[in-house]
Design a protein around this ligand. Structure first.
Ligand code: M6R
Length: 368
């Protein structure tokens, strides 16, 4: 059932183009974004004045990615919060607050309690969920299903990409209702999303290269991940995958923070994964990251760079270069996360661990 793969996770990584396509299917008709079981009216969506995304683990990272898109498209403030923190700090909620609860399983206790708290405070709750009829969607006002299919590996992969796509649909639905995007702009954003399964398929051609790299760095003590803008949550996700699968110390940083502390960690031979923005789409950030890479390389780090194909400026500073296709900036996480998933899985395998069942972890965490 692993489809000829050594571990489920690799199968699920390869299913990502399909997971994305299935999640998007049916959500744009007659020129409009359509959400699923919509028990939040268009008027309610128009009245939203603040958005919270609450989730745990990878689902939380999908929210961090979505914040960039939703704020840009809707001009609404978006706060992304760990579900386990949210209800213990008296968040400011009312009926014009939209709370998006993201959960693959739909059973995560922390997220469920956050949903209950939000509803008690009269906020509207929309669940983004991968499991039909699970508790979180049952207790929410509306639900948007990710159609990633069952995810067996404890480490989230295809559900994570599908969550980003679904969160983006929520952002576009809000922009459409609020009129912050013209219909043709919404249509264009959706068309760009629809092109992503093919882009992700292309990234899958790097799997062998990344597995080989994983085997070569499997005995490292630690790995750092750097990114900026939407690349920052990707760095967090890459580090989480590595911790949970390879039991290796890993940390994700916003690259701009490097000089505020983390650069002190750099030492000879330390692998540092850098998620580059597009040289065209985000030229300023790109050049700042190039100088970060040269700094850390000068201090002996082994630089592993995920960059847009054809990005020559970065080549001299990359000890290992993994190329991903050029896509619009907000969609980059959908391509740049993939090599990080493969890297973590392969390092874990090379260290002799069970990639699908990492120690101490359960697929759904139903206790707080
Ligand atoms: O089922 P959920 O999406 O609510 O699960 C949330 C986290 O427990 C989950 O993403 C976890 O962090 C994964 N093991 C990460 O790979």
């Amino acid at each position: 059932e692993k489809g000829g793969h050594e571990y489920f996770m690799l199968k699920e990584i390869e299913e990502q183009p399909e997971a994305l396509a299935n999640t998007l299917r049916g959500h744009f008709e007659s020129g409009r974004i359509i959400l699923d079981e919509q028990r939040i009216s268009d008027q309610d969506l128009r009245d939203v004045d603040k958005v919270f995304v609450v989730a745990c683990g990878s689902a939380y990272h999908s929210g961090l990615v979505a914040k960039y898109a939703i704020e840009h498209w809707t001009r609404l403030p978006v706060e992304v919060e760990l579900a386990s923190e949210f209800r213990y700090r008296d968040p400011v909620l009312d009926r014009d607050t939209l709370v998006v609860a993201v959960s693959q399983s739909g059973e995560t206790a922390d997220t469920l309690e956050a949903v209950r708290h939000a509803r008690e405070q009269k906020a509207r709750v929309l669940a983004v969920c991968n499991t039909n009829g699970a508790q979180i969607p049952r207790e929410s006002d509306a639900v948007l299903y990710t159609h990633a299919g069952p995810e067996i590996g404890v480490a989230s992969t295809k559900a994570f990409l599908a969550q980003i796509a679904a969160n983006y649909l929520v952002g576009l639905a809000l922009a459409q209702a609020r009129g912050t995007k013209y219909p043709d702009e919404v249509a264009r954003e959706f068309a760009e999303l629809e092109a992503m399964p093919a882009a992700v398929q292309k990234v899958l051609s790097t799997v062998d290269q990344v597995r080989d790299l994983g085997r070569r760095i499997a005995d490292s003590k630690a790995i750092l991940f750097l990114g900026r803008h939407v690349g920052f949550p990707v760095a967090l996700e890459g580090a989480l995958k590595l911790k949970e699968l390879a039991y290796m110390h890993a940390e994700g940083f916003a690259a701009g923070e490097l000089k505020h502390g983390p650069i002190a960690l750099i030492e000879e031979g330390l692998p540092v994964v850098v998620v580059m923005p597009s040289p065209k789409g985000r030229a300023v950030l790109h050049s700042k990251l190039v100088s970060n890479i040269s700094e850390i390389q000068a201090r002996g780090a082994r630089t592993i760079v995920i960059a847009e194909e054809g990005d020559e400026t970065v080549r001299p500073f990359a000890d290992e270069l993994i190329e991903v296709p050029a896509v619009p900036t907000l969609l980059q996480p959908l391509v740049s996360t993939v090599p990080l998933q493969v890297l973590a899985a392969e390092i874990a395998r090379a260290r002799g661990y069970d990639v699908d069942k990492p120690r101490n972890l359960a697929k759904s965490v139903t206790v707080e």
